[in-house]
Design a binder for this molecule. Structure first.
Ligand code: LLP
Length: 467
């Protein structure tokens, strides 16, 4: 055991060094580089704020999951990129080229995937309240599977599939009641959750029976997702075991054979040194642990080994991305704190406002300098809570400095908004030092594109112009 751990630790260290060299490094000018591109050049060429993604890292992460499934489970499964983490046409293209599937959670993500030419058969559709038109779009496009989350939704799928003369494959999202150690808002499989059918109170079984009685719905198995930004392997293993135990009950009581098991995503990433730094190859261990649990349970309970799916989002794209900002106002409140304000904020990264998320900022053109002070990075929105992070260790920042915030690839662009009518920054993808837009900059016209002034407001004065 010790030797094994020792070897793993050495392998992890080695891979970590490789990762550091491949994705982020500080070059001889003392500038931060991502994917071989100098951040100072990127900022000059594309302006700030700017989301930057390293293509090699994304592909490598997709490859690690895909190859582990192949190696450890005979390829009897599929990796789905959880595209809510970062959805744009280029991302679906990359996922397709890497031979993995995708999960979508809205008509908008589905539309984007299909527009990028992503094969519908490799799309799984999620959502706790899919709208009728979203189900219609999914079923008519021929998505591989819909993960049903309510009995009324099973009815809707049955009706729409019948109208299309199809039988729609579904999974049921079950809630195995596993508590994962993470922020409460991103913990989704406890008993009190808007997601899934609870195993404990029997609703999962009832929903399965109901689905089995439908003519245009084919229940293939079950799905669970226990939360996000989780490092404890044991939480995932426990959830897998509970799902397999449920599969065994379903076989025993209803003769139902679970053909597919989707164990969701949720693997944690590095944001600050409070988090584990797992090199891409290290994530294989999570999947190996899941596969181990599924195989043990299937063989132990005499069940078929199910087609296995996982849905990593954050771990594929989170550490692949950084955001570049320009420092503006620097405000020191003696004895209280120092604010370093940037040209972005909660409109490009609402994660501090939502979850008090932590980040590591770096002065990208002075990346070799030793940090000398602790500051809060503030955004430019009219909102006191508009911070990117607090407690950041930085050299003294001056107006005009380039600031990079690391690990912003997941759930930053995808949760961006136009609060205060700020423009959502563009995204560039870097490959071998070359950067290209994958999401172009918004313009002021984009902001007003859908605005309408009703005719009655076009006259001057609130009384319609009367004296
Ligand atoms: N599958 C399902 C059903 C999910 O609900 C999620 C994430 C994933 C997969 C992907 O999980 P990941 O591997 O990315 O952890 N906005 C939050 C995260 C919400 C995650 C929601 N579900 C944040 O910024 O941290």
């Amino acid at each position: 055991m010790k030797t094994q751990n020792g070897r793993n630790a050495a392998a992890l260290r080695k891979a970590e060094e490789m990762n550091a060299r491949d994705t982020l490094k500080v070059n001889e000018k003392g500038h931060l580089e991502i994917g071989g591109a100098d951040c100072v050049d990127l900022a000059k060429k594309f302006g700030t704020p700017l989301y930057v993604f390293d293509e090699a890292y994304i592909r490598r992460m997709m490859g690690v999951y895909r190859d582990t499934l192949e190696r450890e489970y005979g390829g009897n499964g599929l990796v789905l990129y959880a595209s809510k983490a970062f959805s744009c046409e280029a991302m679906y293209r990359i996922a397709d080229q890497e031979n993995i599937g995708a999960d979508v959670v809205s008509g908008g993500e589905l539309y984007t995937a299909l527009k990028a030419g992503f094969p519908a058969s490799k799309i799984y559709m999620h959502g706790n309240n899919k709208l009728d038109y979203e189900l219609e779009e999914a079923i008519s496009a021929g998505v591989g599977c819909i993960v049903a989350d309510a009995v009324t939704e099973i009815d809707k799928i049955e009706r729409i599939a019948a109208e299309h003369g199809k039988v729609q494959n579904i999974l049921l999202r079950i809630n195995p009641g596993v508590e994962a150690h993470t922020h409460a808002y991103i913990q989704t499989a406890k008993t009190d959750s808007k997601f899934g059918f609870s195993v404990a109170d029997g609703t999962a079984e009832e929903a399965a029976e109901y689905a089995l009685s439908q003519a245009h719905v084919c229940l293939r198995g079950f799905h669970c997702h226990i939360g996000s930004q989780i490092f404890e392997k044991q939480s995932f293993v426990l959830a897998a075991e509970k799902c397999m135990a449920f599969a065994a009950e379903m076989k025993e009581r209803h003769g139902f054979v679970t053909e597919e098991l989707n164990l969701g995503g949720g693997f944690g990433i590095w944001y600050t040194d409070e988090d584990r730094k797992i090199p891409p190859e290290g994530y294989a261990e999570y999947l190996e642990a899941l596969i181990g649990a599924v195989v043990r349970c299937a063989d132990g309970k005499g069940l078929k080994r199910p087609f296995l799916l996982i849905e990593p989002g954050r771990s594929i794209v989170g550490e692949a991305g950084i955001t570049l900002y320009t420092v503006g106002a620097v405000k020191n409140i003696p004895g209280v704190r120092k604010y370093v304000a940037v040209d972005g904020g909660m409109f490009d990264n609402p994660r501090y406002a939502l979850y008090q998320a932590k980040y590591t900022p770096v002065l990208a053109a002075r990346a070799n300098e030793t940090p000398t002070e602790i500051v809060s990075i503030a955004g430019k929105c009219c909102e006191s809570g508009d911070l990117i992070c607090t407690g950041a260790n930085l050299p003294a920042a001056k107006p005009g400095d380039l600031l990079a915030v690391l690990s912003t690839g997941a759930y930053n662009y995808s949760m961006a908004m136009n609060y205060n009518r700020n423009l959502i920054p563009p995204c560039v993808l870097v490959k071998d030092g070359r950067a290209e837009y994958i999401v172009r900059p918004q313009s002021y016209e984009d902001l007003t594109r859908n605005d309408v002034i009703p005719a009655r407001l076009s006259e001057k004065g609130a009384d319609g112009g009367k004296d």
